[in-house]
Design a protein around this ligand. Structure first.
Ligand SMILES: NC(=O)c1ccc[n+]([C@@H]2O[C@H](COP(=O)([O-])OP(=O)(O)OC[C@H]3O[C@@H](n4cnc5c(N)ncnc54)[C@H](OP(=O)(O)O)[C@@H]3O)[C@@H](O)[C@H]2O)c1
Length: 215
């Protein structure tokens, strides 16, 4: 797949690196220095390159949107026409000082994004885990038991693509339903962040859903 990274920071840098290592063609874009994008592409040791958001969007089978909520308008503007594109959003609608969700309960960042780019197909994924866990999950991908990763969206084909990219990182994709379920997955991330960053065991945290049935 061709995967465009819109926002090459903690999330985009790591996920893009992993996807390149898994064999996808990755374009890293949107950082404050071009050198950083070039270094990411070099260090990915896979089919990766640096480019502009428009380069990342061109011919992309999927785009990862991984910027602070306050930068969404800017990166989308630089990406250009996203009609028909699959946008996997991990960006959370946090306020400027990252102390609270600016959108919650009656809508979600993912739904507002879908309204902003109505011709694109938005899937919400990857935002429920800290970036610190990605390389560990990727390294453990051949183990029998994988951590879960919830995703949601309204377009079946795009969700299939997202599920494949989730599997490539080493997670077990869990389809949580339509995009409006992001109203629950986005606040869930704040619980994960509390455990990851305020707990004693470090931020390399993932989760796993299990069923326990009686007979
Ligand atoms: N980090 C996590 O563990 C985590 C977990 C779940 C969800 N999320 C969400 O994922 C999204 C991305 O988070 P992140 O931690 O990856 O953020 P980040 O590390 O700050 O990455 C954001 C990227 O945007 C770039 N950027 C910022 N301002 C820019 C500007 N004016 N021009 C060009 N590029 C600019 C940054 O450039 P530089 O590289 O030059 O700084 C960076 O590459 C956020 O919405 C966050 O809420 C993050």
């Amino acid at each position: 797949m061709r995967v465009g990274i819109l926002g090459s920071g903690l999330m985009g840098g790591k996920l893009g690196t992993i996807w390149a290592r898994a064999g996808h063609e990755v374009v890293f874009s949107y950082a404050r220095s071009e050198q950083k994008l070039k270094k990411l592409a070099r260090d990915a040791k896979g089919p990766a390159k640096a480019g502009t958001p428009a380069d990342a969007a061109r011919d992309a089978d999927a785009l990862l949107l991984a910027v602070h909520w306050s930068r969404v308008d800017d990166v989308l503007k630089q990406a250009g026409d996203l009609s028909g594109k699959i946008i996997i959003n991990c960006s959370l609608p946090m306020n400027t000082d990252d102390s609270a969700l600016a959108i919650a309960h009656t809508s979600s960042g993912a739904e507002e994004l879908a309204k902003q780019v109505p011709k694109a197909r938005v899937v919400s994924a990857f935002g429920t885990v800290p970036s610190e866990v990605f390389f560990g999950v990727f390294a453990a991908r051949r183990k029998k038991v994988r951590p879960s990763l919830v995703y949601c969206g309204d377009d079946a084909k795009s969700k299939k693509v997202a599920a494949e990219l989730i599997r490539d990182v080493g997670f077990d994709p869990v389809d949580a339903g339509p995009l409006r379920i992001a109203r629950y997955t986005e606040p869930f991330t704040l619980l994960i962040a509390q455990l990851a960053y305020e707990g004693d065991e470090g931020p390399e945290l993932a989760y796993r859903f299990e069923h326990y049935r009686t007979a």
